[in-house]
Design a protein around this ligand. Sequence first.
Ligand code: GLN
Length: 295
Amino acid sequence: MVAGEHDSGALTVDQFRQQIRQALRAVAGDAAGLEADLLLREVLQRSRVQLITRGANQLEATQFAQLTTLLKRRQSGEPLAYILGHREFWSLDLLVTPATLIPRPETELLVEIALARVGSEHAQVADLGTGSGAIAIALASERPGWQLLATDQSTAALAVAQQNSQRLQVSNVEFLQGSWFEPLGGRQFDLIISNPPYIADDDPCLEVLLGPAADAHPVEPISALTGGSDGLDDCRQLISAAQNYLKPGGLLLLEHGHDQQPRLQQLLEAAGWNQIECFQDLAGLDRAVLAVAGQ
Ligand code: GLN
């Protein structure tokens, strides 16, 4: 790779953009172009359009140095969202830190389903294990009349979520610390929504997610990723007790792994849930399940 070997004065934005793309291919694959642009936009403080229209501008030495440092961090396997400190979700710019899972585009599916299926303008909704606050804040910003409760067992994650709601001036989310149902007391909701950890402890995909040198750079919190030997420990807890915290006819909406739908269906049926529906993400993979509380 060329970064660091060049004199910045010799490079235009366009030229360095190409070099960053090449350099990121090994670690970012098909996302190399997108990631290169996000790094450039961060350092140059440009919009996507300005990046293109001002591509012939020369890079300043400080910009070149900054970009080279960020590029090296990314090449070592550190997730881009932690390097930048933020990630877009549902068109909202969310702060993220290594205390929080990085919001995924497929999780926007849960927001879509919740908005489509909860008719009330004054619904009470709980987002359990909120992480950066992505789901709760997206719903709260779309439905100012809803009351959202966002919980997380991690105080560090909850602090990030609270900061996000303040920055985005969302006032209808309450934050409480605790694991799953612990913080809910005697409350009852119209919808309980969660993107729980659901990867099996020994799933080889963890190596890809955490990177080859996981101890050398910040990684996503393992507690937000893995859910026991089949990945479903947390889903089992949610499915077995959520009906105690739902109003009659209330909804449970869970994100899950692409191969977990049949097992979740069984668990939901065995626990007395009704009208179980499954949903696919944009890649066509089973990704979410919705169920109505039994009588
Ligand atoms: N969606 C994550 C992934 O597979 C898994 C953890 C989670 O979101 N609950 O990358």
